[in-house]
Structure formats: C-alpha cells, structure tokens
Design a protein around this ligand. Sequence first.
Ligand code: NAD
Ligand code: TYD
Length: 357
Amino acid sequence: MKKVLVTGGAGFIGSNFIKYLADMRGSWTIVNLDALTYAGNLENLKDLEGSEHYIFAKGDITDRMLVESLFETHGFDYVINFAAESHVDRSIKEPELFIKTNVLGTQCLLDAAKTSWQTGRDADGYPVYRNGVKYLQVSTDEVYGALGNTGKFTETTPLAPNSPYSASKASADMLARAYHRTYRLPVNITRCSNNYGPYQFPEKLIPLMIVNTLDSKPLPVYGDGLQVRDWLHVKDHCSAILTVLEKGQPGEVYNIGGNNERANIEIVRLILKTLGKTEDLIRHVEDRLGHDRRYAIDNTKITTELGWEPAYTFEQGIKETIEWYCTHTDWLSHVRSGAYMAYCESHYGNKSRPGGI
Ligand code: NAD
Ligand code: TYD
C-alpha cells in the first residue's frame, strides 16, 4: 500500500494517470496537488470524488511550506511531478512563469522529498533514504531539441532545448539528475513524445483542430504544416510511467514514444475527413517562432529493459479521441470559458501571414 503525491493531477495527463493508478493499484492513497491554473480542471476527476483513496489539495508546487506539510501529513512513498506550464506558444509570450513553475517548483518538490525520506548518512557522507521511495520527473522529448529528416532521440542525445518551455523542462531534468548524483535521491526522469487522448485542453494541436472542425471554424496550421511529431496515446503514457515508477533503475532516464510519426498537416486532414468536413477550413498561418521541425523517440530502452510496449495504434487512438470530443460537449463548453476565447483571440487573431485567419 503506497502513498503517492501526484502534482498537476487536474491537468490532461495527470488526471488520466490518477484514474489509471486508481484502477491498477486500488489500495494506494493518491494525493493530487494542483494549483488549478487555466489547464487544471477537477471535472476530469469527478469519478473519484468521495473515494477514500483519493485526496485533492489545491496549491502551488513552489509553496515550500505547503509541500512540506503534505509530506509530513501523508508520508509519501512516491512523487510523480506532472505539474507544469506545458504550452510552447504561451512560453514564447510569458517565459517567466515557466521558469517559476517548471524549475523552482521541481526544486521545491525534490527538496521536500529529500528531507522527508532521509534516514541518515553513509560512511562517505551521502544521505541514505527510507526503502521503497522514488521521485519521478515527467519530462518531454522537446528537451533534446529538433531533428532533421532522419534519426531519433535516445536517452544519450545531448539536451538542446529551443523554446522557453523546453528550456525550463531541461532545467528541471538537470536538477533531478543533480539531486540523484549529489544526494543519491532515487529519481527517474521520463521523456515522452506528444500525448493525445481524452481531457486534453483545446489549445494543443489535436483537440484544437477537433473543436474548430466541429464548429466549422478555420484550422490554423503553422507554416507549411510539415513539422513532424511522434504521437503517444495518453493511456500508453500512463502505463509507461507506472512501469518506470515500479521497475526503473534509480538515476535513469527513460524515453517514452509510440512509434507514430505524423506531419501536422496529415493529422489535420485526418480529423477533417473523419468529421466529414472539407479542407477549405485549413488556413496556413504565420509560423511559431523557433518552431522545432521534427521530434522522434527511440523507445528501445524502456521496451527492452522494462518490458513496456504501447498498446494503441494511432488509427484506433485518434478515432476514439475524436469520438470522445464529440460526446463530451459539456466538458468542452466548461473549459472553453471567456479566458479561453480571449487567449484564442490574442494568439490567433494577430497571425499575419497572407491567407491567415
Ligand atoms: P496540462 O497543462 O494539461 O496540466 C498541467 C497541470 O499542472 C494543470 O492541472 C495545472 O493546474 C497544474 N499546475 C500548473 N502550474 C502549477 C503549479 N505551480 N503548482 C501546482 N499545479 C500546477 O499539462 P499536461 O499536458 O497534462 O502535461 C503534464 C506534464 O507532462 C507536464 O510536465 C508536461 O511538461 C509533460 N509533457 C506533456 C506532453 C503533452 O503532450 N501534453 C508531452 C511531453 C511531456
Ligand atoms: P502542440 O500541440 O502545441 O505541441 P508541441 O508544440 O509541444 O509539439 O503543437 C503540435 C504541433 O502542431 C507543433 O508542430 C505546432 C503545431 N500547431 C499548429 O500548426 N497549429 C496550432 O494551432 C497549434 C496549437 C499547433
């Protein structure tokens, strides 16, 4: 029976993970610490309301006193840090918030875990920790930078982040690594490719294109739309995280990818076709600054060393995801509040490329 701190559990991947964990490890206690930013939505977790194994704590991962008091109260065995500012476009406009949450927040969690788990020191002065504890940092393939037409990211690819978002995630990874090397804190870092699936906030490519298609609104494709991402179903990501949590070697990094490389324009066309709309809705708009051309993950390490495999094909996953958005109109209307509309207006309203929206 483990006690788990999940941060950012009201967001897209965190909420999918909490539900997955509650299904897979029903006797564990899960505490969800989430600041409920624009991206956090407790509606994602309403099935767990009232469960004796689930506790929600509203708060910020940079709030040291709060984080320490949660450790004292609950005596966590595991920490899984999903909490982050996660959208590249927002990071280009407002980098500072990304540094605060993604870097300082990670350090605060690492410190609290180290203090709470330490039982003494060894003969060389290194901290010794209680058995069976682990800190898992959820990171991204974007820390590796961009690829050309060939090759894939492995765990030894040098970090070369290109956006303020990926730079903040790389910084957090470096802190997690340093806490392992300097303090021997049992840490894993996972770096996954682009996730898709239910409960994703419609600022990211796939849900944005689905909701705009449903509304017959223009579909804003950045630049030529030939940028490539490696798509991973969120449920496959959840199973990979639990695998790393339970089987990963302390101090190791694991890449998680679904072997699903697609150009953005290909995805946009597939969504239009599935929903019976024509390509007239596509608008090529001004490109993102510093836009990474291609990401691709080599997942050999996690598949061969830990025995994890993705279960979804992209065809099945995207079909189910489109159906989910078509049948969860209440959820969609709640997350598309005035603030969401204001973001869309400020972000897409001023795209200036000829023919843009
Ligand atoms: P998301 O934006 O949907 O959710 C982030 C959650 O963190 C929200 O619930 C938000 O309220 C919470 N949060 C933000 N700042 C906080 C703070 N200071 N304190 C506490 N909570 C805070 O993000 P997501 O897509 O679910 O991503 C989860 C993690 O996975 C992130 O660390 C992200 O970098 C990483 N990741 C995401 C993807 C992807 O495709 N979505 C890919 C690779 C890695
Ligand atoms: P996104 O979902 O923001 O994820 P990331 O930038 O982390 O990969 O974007 C995925 C791809 O889709 C990326 O190449 C940018 C592109 N994109 C568009 O073309 N139009 C859009 O409106 C958005 C949000 C993204």
